[in-house]
Write a protein that binds this ligand. Structure first.
Ligand code: UTP
Length: 404
């Protein structure tokens, strides 16, 4: 393909200045990246993104009291599925974790105080509680990105997979999307390299498929995938009761939820949109949605998601061909300027394009909202200090008996 024409066609002539000056091998490297760019992303810039939501309505959850009453049955059904090899775990660890300010993969962060205790280690220990109970391994698929794959794999090797068994762990790499200026110009991070960033956690299923991991799972008879975030150190993974309740519900998927701590808490809320399950972000909620209460005095839109979902593989396959919504996020994007100097901006200077796993919920016909105790299962490590931070996660780990 003629790169000059390609760049001109997409209004990226500014890149030619760098491109023309490159030696041949560097030109080929950049050309290979340019040929893979999804140019349709650029047309999103300047579009009206105010969300057109359908008709929203509250969605009830299987609440704690009900779970307590049926825990033995749920657990039994979940354990049977796990022992039959029908459940796998998918750790979404391709993010850049910029808010934490740790330039290695987030899972390699040491949250311990008097001893090393890595975020990945916390997650593996949580999963091991279930594999110990079930008496069999659960396959763990870890999504990384080009930016952190090597470091992540090397870390697991160095830590000997925290005793989980290398044979039970597979890595797959998510795709990347270009980062652009507010005007839609592609950024370069080096003269022969585009500034690319992971394409959001919504790309996990298509990346799983492209990597060949999905075919492997299918061959092994896996039917359910528990996808979860890297940063919630207290979450239970593949909890038998959650798996069992979701299977028994007949729903396409299940989502762990917590009761909001206060009405304006910054959590995406699970509800119904045009009769289908949907997640509304806190910043999209109207005043009524934030404050209205039911007869019991409980918030109508009470259940916040914690990025721990159980999906039926066949339903994911049904929606795999559908295009996911792309979200544009304003970010600080390091890049080189016209003279080749590296610029590290202090304020957002452009957009990254991401699809989000939460949009998959609305692509399903039904979703079981499954309440968990936030003091036991919700300790996200987003920031170094303050809300959802290393500090708050340490407190919760200690309250749950984890020695730090
Ligand atoms: P976050 O929304 O917290 O994003 O990801 P992030 O990139 O990790 O962190 P910040 O915003 O830069 O601080 C939620 C989960 O989705 C995963 C993350 O690794 C985390 O488990 N994720 C996010 C991916 O796997 N890929 C992505 O492209 C983005």
């Amino acid at each position: 393909m003629n790169i000059r024409n390609l760049l001109l066609e997409h209004g990226q002539e500014k890149l030619l200045r760098h491109y023309d000056a490159l030696p041949e091998d560097a030109k080929s490297r950049l050309a290979a990246q340019l040929e893979r760019v999804d140019w349709s992303l650029l047309s999103l810039i300047g579009e009206d993104h105010s969300d057109q939501r359908g008709v929203l309505a509250p969605l009830g959850a299987t609440e704690l009291a009900e779970i307590e009453a049926h825990r033995a049955t749920y657990t039994d059904v979940g354990l049977t599925a796990i022992r039959a090899g029908k459940v796998a775990a998918v750790l979404l660890a391709g993010g850049q974790g910029t808010r934490l300010g740790w330039d290695k993969p987030k899972g390699t962060y040491n949250i311990g105080v008097t001893r090393p205790l890595y975020i990945f280690e916390c997650l593996i220990r949580n999963l091991q509680q279930v594999t110990d109970m079930a008496g069999c391994p659960i396959p763990l698929y870890i999504m990384t990105s080009d930016k952190n794959n090597n470091d992540t794999v090397a870390f697991f090797e160095e830590m000997d997979y925290f005793g989980y068994g290398k044979e039970n762990v597979r890595f797959f790499v998510q795709e990347m999307a270009p980062a652009v200026s507010f005007e839609g110009d592609l950024y370069l991070e080096a003269p022969d390299r585009l500034a690319l960033s992971p394409n959001g956690n919504g790309g996990w299923f298509s990346s799983l498929e492209k990597s060949g991991c999905l075919a492997e799972m299918r061959a092994q008879g896996v039917e359910w995938l528990n996808a979860f975030a890297v940063d919630n150190v207290c979450q239970r993974i593949c909890s038998p009761d959650f798996v069992g309740a979701t299977i028994l519900s007949g729903c396409d998927c299940g989502a762990k939820v917590v009761s909001k701590a206060f009405p304006t808490e910054k959590l995406g809320v699970l509800c119904l949109e045009d009769g289908k399950p949907s997640i509304v972000e806190y910043y999209e909620m109207t005043d009524d949605m934030i404050t209205l209460r039911d007869d019991r005095g409980e918030l109508l839109y009470r259940f916040g998601v914690i990025l721990n979902y159980l999906f039926r593989i066949d339903r994911l396959t049904d929606i795999a061909e559908r295009k996911m919504q792309i979200h544009m996020a304003e970010k600080k994007i390091p890049h080189i300027d016209e003279d080749g100097n590296l610029i590290k901006p202090d304020a957002p200077n452009g957009y990254k394009f991401e699809s989000l796993i939460l949009d998959m919920i609305h692509m399903m016909d039904s979703c079981l909202a499954y309440e968990v105790v936030r003091e036991q299962e919700f300790a996200p490590v987003k920031n170094a200090t303050g809300v959802d931070s290393v500090v708050t996660a340490r407190e919760l780990l200690e309250r749950n008996g984890v020695a730090l």
